[in-house]
Design a protein around this ligand. Sequence first.
Ligand SMILES: [Zn+2]
Length: 287
Amino acid sequence: MSMPCMGAFRIMCDQQGGARRAMEKNAKLMRALVILTMFHLQTGFVLLGSKRATLPASPASPVVNFVWNGTAPAITEKGDYQGGQFANLDDTAFMAELLQQAFDQWNSVPGSFLQMTVTRGTPEVTQEDGVNAIVVEKSANHTTAAYAAPYVPTDSEDTIVDCDIVIADRKTDAKNLAYTLVHEIGHCIGLGHSHTNYGAIMGYSRNARTTRLGADDMAGLIYLYPDPTYGSGDVKELVSCGVVKKTGAIDGEHGATRAILVLLFLLPVLTALAAMVLPARLVLSAA
Ligand SMILES: [Zn+2]
């Protein structure tokens, strides 16, 4: 039952109201923190925009071509890349190899129908021509080492009708260039930066110098270009499997780590909540 806030009850009411507001505010904050914490502990892929947009491909017509103009930056540390097997190639031949490998990585993910090819030509960097260009160019405008420009026209909200990739013409080491190419192609297929998986090629921050696709990169690709025939063959074998109770140090340790992390996130909120609620209770009991 609510009480009119007047006379001697005024302070108590105010404190109750204040405490309630604080609790409501903290409940919201706690929910947001739990979501953030769970999100932080999990992984995922991110799309380019708020809507799903893909290259113009379908299971019936899975091929999308890119046109490279044959340019390459000055590539260093070729010997450190894949055991030095391409170390003797000149920059252009090395770039051709890296491009093919980058496309092959995206093309060879089981469960995705998308097949990208790369040919040589004289493409222009413009979103108007529908030609997916790959060029290396010197430009004062380049603040980044590379960029991809996936173009989704407003009247076609789900199709990336053009995606040009521009690599800055500056000295770059082989591994970094390999990573950059795989990453920029990832934008062209419709993926944005994942903020949770530091090992993914499409991750915003990386803690590994890998040039291989991560699980989240592949999940994103399969989400955008699901192969309807994948896994639809005849059943070859049934798995005989019972339910096994989780035991063992590894599961236990992970569970404990997660519980500690959640507690660490929630501790300041719980402390603030207790501090706000307790004085109101004291006033109530004193009255
Ligand atoms: Zn990027």
